[in-house]
Design a protein around this ligand. Sequence first.
Ligand code: ADP
Length: 489
Amino acid sequence: MTQQILVLDEGTTSTRAMLFAADGALIDSAQQELTQIYPAPGRVEHDPREIWHRTLACAREMVEKAGGARNIAAIGITNQRETVVAWDKSTGEPLANALVWQDRRTADFCKRLREAGHEAEVQRATGLLLDPYFSATKMRWMVENEPAVAAAAKAGTLALGTVESWLVFKLTGGEFISDASNASRTLLLPLDAAGFDPGLCDLFGVPRQALAEVSDNAGNFGTSLPELFGAPIAITGLAGDQQSATIGQGCLSPGETKATYGTGAFILANKGQGIPVSANRLLGTVLYQIDGRRTFALEGSVFVAGSLVQWLRDSLGLLGTASETETLARSIPDSGGVVIVPALSGLGAPHWRPEARGVIAGLSFSTGRAQIARAALEAMAHQTDDLARAFAADGAKWTSLKIDGGMSANDWMAQDIANILDLPVERPEFVESTALGAAMLAGVGAGLYPSLEDASAAMRGGLDHFMPDMSAAERELRSAQWQKALSAA
Ligand code: ADP
């Protein structure tokens, strides 16, 4: 029983601890909500103490379930990316609330940097764009606006890190590292450099000495303090949530691609060892680093996926439950010409039009709930198809698509994605790919498996397959209707 793996899955709205068997079976899990702090429009914060205490409580529950720390071979951590925590290295205490990835307060600073012509060099080095989403401008904001953060910077005791960094520090009582997948979301790590770059730190106004050492994603990252769980447990796997899901889906060879359909949709394609370059405003990012060698990914995100279904349900009252969309879509032969472009908060990749707004086109007196629900699901396939074209143009043509996330439970949508992409779509029977990826990394780091390929073969379960089954004429008609509605968004 010493082969169990404890995964800490640190989401935006909740923290979870999940206990896995070495063969990838989920044994049990515990979950607690995280308080969302909204101090002003566009500002989103978390309390780092709460993150730590609730993570610890969930982890303790799972250690007890496992029959004690000695039955746990390793801890893996996966986390909401880009969110920044500031703490004091000498006391281990937070110095301010964490600034969450959704926080837009640094939009003006990003705009100034763009206007000063810095975006091309930053994109070339880091694979990212100048957007408040990423960590660096949040770090600068904290140093400039939080007196305790500024004081610690002056005293040389400041630590600025992403969430996995904060948890490793607390679990080990002082190890200060950031894994390469998380570090590659800060704007401070050149994709080809081992560590954070002094020049980028200067550009963004981040004190270099407050940053961690960049680590692998699997390896020995220290052990938890014995008093936390009754005995020390090795921390051996770390990854940002989207990278972890890509690994959990077994996308370990170049070209293999996964799409996670949750509130929004995140698509990552394995790009192998070559540094990804995008001419279509996709992001280049570290997928994982093992033994100092990096594998990269190209990433594109769609802002609105499941949140469209939520909006139909909660704001319009058109649905009782999210899953009702499937029954409604199946009840009619087509959407009757209705097309929804879900640009409710602008359009993300590959369009990048923040000013765009949503469209419902093709309404007639015969339009009912079913047509609207079907059009909402059809929009997912079209948004994915637009990204497929951008990935192909950037040299990462998909050969199949692996899907997961809460919305992927919708079989009708999964089939429609296969039809519109004209590609096989695979969905794992166990949809918690994010946690599974961290368990795989931890398994490799702990020496349970010699490589991620071995961990994947041993730990991943069965798949549901959706094969394309639509005439070219119908596909072309749907795409033409979508493009027309898109131009109105
Ligand atoms: P997140 O991790 O972003 O919070 P989840 O992966 O839990 O999201 O997915 C939940 C989203 O998926 C919700 O927005 C919900 O509306 C949508 N959803 C869940 N089940 C279905 C379904 N069967 N059909 C369509 N949408 C669904």
